[in-house]
Design a protein around this ligand. Structure first.
Ligand code: 4AD
Length: 569
C-alpha cells in the first residue's frame, strides 16, 4: 500500500491529493479519506523530511476523523431532508393547481374602494387592489399587508383561498385584487386603520418575481447608497420614502393655501431663460435654436414683472444650480417656492416670511393625516415659536467669534491656506466674510430655533438687492436689505430681499456686476413704468421638508434627486 503524505504547513485538505508532491494538510483528513489502516507519512513543513506520525498524533487525528465523518453524515441527512421537502412542496404545488377560485355571485356585491377610504365600509364586502407590501404564512393562514398609496390594509387569506397555487407562490410587490368582508380587528390586536379584510376571493394581477430576482434581493436595508440611488424607483415604495413624498405633497398644498389666503396669485414662469439671477457661476447653459440659453436659477425677475399685472404673486417652480456641491443640502435641480410682494418694507417682508412658514406648519399639524406623517418621520417635532430671532449680519459675525466658530483661511485667489501640519488654517470671521455652510450650521444648531440673518454686505449678494440707506459711509461695508432664514439641522432654507426700485441704481448695479443690460430690458422696464418698493424671497422646498421631516439630506426630500453626476432614474 502506497503511503499518504501530510504536510502541516504547506499541505491542503481541499486541493491536496495525499501524494508527496500534493500532500494533505491534516492527519485527520487523511484518515477520514483513506481509513484508519492507511500508511501515513507526515512532516511539519517542506524543510523537514516525511516521517511516520507518533502514536499520540495518530490518536488525536482519529478523533478528528470521527468528527469529520459525523459532519459528512449530517450534511447528507440535511441534503436528503431538503430533497424530500422540495419534492413534498412540489407535490403540494401540483395539488394546489387543481384548486380554482371563483367569485361567489350569491354574496353581496363588493364595493370597489381605495384603502384610505375603507372605514365607512366596515362589515361590508369590498374590493381592493394594490401591491403586496408584506406577507406571512402562519399555520396555513396567509396575512398580506396590501399597499395602494392611500394606505395599508391587513388581509387574511385562509382555507381554500390560501391553498391555491397563486397563494403558495405569492411574492412581495406582486399586484393583487382582493375581495372580502371588512372587519374591525379583534380586541387586543392591531392593524393599520383598525380593520382587516377577510378575503373570500382574490387574484394575482401582476406577479413579481421570486428567487434571484426577488424584490428583496434587489433592495434591502443593507444596500449600498449608490444602489439605493440607482433603484430610487423601487426605494419610493418603502414606508419612509413614501411618507416623505406624501408629506411633501401636503406641504406644497399647505403653502399654496397660506399664500392664497394672503391674496397672492400663483403664476408659472418659464424654466428656459436668457438672463441670470444668482450669478453666472451656477448656470446650466444650453443651445436654444442656435442661441445661448440657461435653465432658470430663480423665477424672481419674472415674478417682479407680474406685480403691476396681478398684484402679489408666487410660483412653485423647478430651479437649477450647476453647483459642484456634494453637500447634504445641495441639489442641481430643486423645487423653488418664490413670492414677490409690492409696496412693502423690509420688516413687512420678514414678517410675511415668518407668517407663511408658521401658517403652513399650523395647517399641516391641524390635519390629522399630515400630523401623523410628521409624527412618523419626526416624532419630536414642535411648531417653532414666534417671533423668529433676527440677527444682523454684523452681529452674527461677532456671535461666531464669541463662540469660537472659525472658518478656513483663503488667499486672494480663494485657495485654502494650510498650517504647518498641512491642515486648513482656521481663522476668526471678519465683517465682509461670507458665512460658510459649516459655520452657519453650527450656529443654528447652537441656537436651536429659526433665525433670520439680515443685512448682508452687497458684495456677497446678487445685483438686484436694495441697499440699506446710510451703510458704507463709516468705512464699513455697504449692506443690503437681504435676509436668510436659517433652520436648525439644515441651515438656510429661505433667501429673500428688497429689490432695487430705482432705475438709475439698477443700471449702476448691472455695470458693477459686469452684466449686459440689453437682455434685461423687460426687467428694467419694471422700474421705468411705475416703480414701487417691493421685495420677495425663495424657499427651497426640499430643505424645508428636510427640516420638517428630520431627514439627513435634501436628496431624500426630492422624488428623483439630481446632484453632480446623477440624473438617473
Ligand atoms: O438664496 P437663493 O439663491 O435666492 C434666490 O434664488 C432668490 N432669487 C429667491 C428670491 O428672492 N425669489 O435661493 C433661495 C433658496 C435657498 O434659501 C435654498 O433654500 C434654496 O433656494 N436653494 C437650494 N436648495 C437646494 N439645492 C440648491 N443647490 C439650492 N440653492 C438654493
Amino acid at each position: 500500500m502506497s503511503a499518504i503524505y501530510v504536510d502541516d504547513s504547506a499541505g491542503n485538505d481541499d486541493t491536496g491529493k495525499g501524494t508527496a508532491e500534493a500532500p494533505y494538510q491534516s492527519l485527520a483528513f487523511a484518515i477520514f479519506t483513506h481509513g484508519p489502516e492507511a500508511k501515513l507519512l507526515a512532516r511539519k513543513d517542506p524543510s523537514a523530511s516525511y516521517e511516520e506520525p507518533t502514536q499520540s498524533a495518530l490518536k488525536k487525528a482519529k478523533k478528528g476523523a470521527d468528527g469529520l465523518e459525523k459532519k459528512r453524515k449530517r450534511a447528507e441527512e440535511l441534503a436528503e431532508r431538503e430533497a424530500k421537502e422540495k419534492s413534498d412542496r412540489q407535490k403540494v404545488l401540483e395539488e394546489s393547481k387543481k384548486i380554482v377560485l371563483t367569485e361567489d355571485t350569491a354574496l353581496p356585491a363588493a364595493v370597489k374602494s381605495k384603502i384610505g377610504s375603507l372605514t365607512p365600509l366596515r362589515s361590508k364586502r369590498v374590493r381592493v387592489s394594490g401591491w403586496v407590501h408584506r406577507s406571512r404564512d402562519q399555520n396555513k393562514i396567509i396575512f398580506v399587508v396590501l399597499r395602494d398609496g392611500t394606505g395599508y390594509l391587513q388581509c387574511v387569506l385562509s382555507g381554500k383561498v390560501a391553498q391555491t397555487y397563486d397563494a403558495l407562490t405569492l411574492t412581495l410587490e406582486s399586484t393583487v385584487e382582493l375581495v372580502g368582508t371588512l372587519q374591525p380587528v379583534p380586541e387586543g390586536k392591531t392593524a393599520p386603520g383598525g380593520h382587516e379584510l377577510i378575503v373570500d376571493y382574490w387574484r394575482v394581477l401582476g406577479a413579481s418575481p421570486g428567487g434571484e430576482d426577488a424584490f428583496t434581493n434587489r433592495l434591502n436595508e443593507k444596500s449600498d447608497p449608490s444602489i439605493l440611488s440607482d433603484l430610487r424607483h423601487l426605494v419610493i415604495r418603502g414606508e419612509t420614502a413614501s411618507a416623505v413624498l406624501k408629506l411633501r405633497a401636503a406641504l406644497l398644498n399647505s403653502f399654496r393655501q397660506s399664500l392664497v389666503s394672503r391674496d397672492l396669485v400663483e403664476v408659472t414662469p418659464p424654466c428656459m431663460v436668457q438672463t441670470q439671477v444668482e450669478g453666472g457661476a451656477t448656470l446650466f447653459k444650453f443651445d436654444y435654436y442656435g442661441q445661448p440659453a440657461f435653465l432658470t436659477q430663480s423665477s424672481q425677475l419674472y415674478l417682479e414683472t407680474c406685480l403691476p399685472s396681478l398684484g402679489d404673486v408666487f410660483c412653485v417652480q423647478e430651479s437649477f444650480r450647476a453647483e459642484n456641491s456634494h453637500t447634504r443640502r445641495h441639489l442641481s435641480e430643486y423645487t423653488h417656492l418664490e413670492a414677490e410682494l409690492a409696496f412693502i418694507t423690509f420688516d413687512d417682508l420678514m414678517d410675511h416670511i415668518e407668517g407663511i412658514i408658521c401658517d403652513t406648519v399650523d395647517r399641516l399639524l391641524a390635519e390629522p393625516s399630515t400630523a401623523a406623517l410628521i409624527k412618523q418621520l419626526n416624532p419630536n417635532f414642535t411648531a417653532p415659536a414666534r417671533p423668529f430671532r433676527r440677527l444682523s449680519y454684523v452681529d452674527a459675525i461677532a456671535w461666531l467669534n464669541e463662540h469660537g466658530i472659525q472658518h478656513e483661511a483663503e488667499d486672494a485667489e480663494g485657495n485654502a491656506i494650510r498650517d504647518d501640519t498641512g491642515n486648513p488654517k482656521m481663522v476668526d470671521h471678519q465683517v465682509g466674510d461670507d458665512i460658510a455652510e459649516a459655520a452657519e450650521r453650527r450656529m443654528t444648531d447652537i441656537l436651536g430655533t429659526p433665525v433670520f440673518l439680515y443685512g448682508f454686505p452687497a458684495e456677497l449678494k446678487a445685483f438686484y438687492m436694495k441697499k440699506i440707506p446710510g451703510t458704507g459711509g463709516d468705512g464699513g461695508p455697504v449692506c443690503t436689505e437681504s435676509c436668510d432664514l436659517l433652520m436648525p439641522g439644515v441651515g438656510e432654507i429661505v433667501g429673500g430681499s428688497m429689490r432695487i426700485a430705482d432705475m438709475e441704481e439698477l443700471l449702476g448695479a448691472y455695470k458693477r456686476e459686469g452684466i449686459d443690460p440689453a437682455p434685461y430690458y423687460w426687467f428694467t422696464d419694471q422700474r421705468k413704468y411705475g416703480t414701487c418698493e417691493h421685495g420677495g424671497y425663495g424657499l427651497g422646498v426640499e430643505r424645508f421638508l428636510a427640516w420638517l421631516a428630520n431627514r439627513f439630506t435634501v436628496r431624500e426630500c426630492s422624488l428623483y434627486p439630481r446632484w453632480p453626476g446623477r440624473a438617473t432614474p
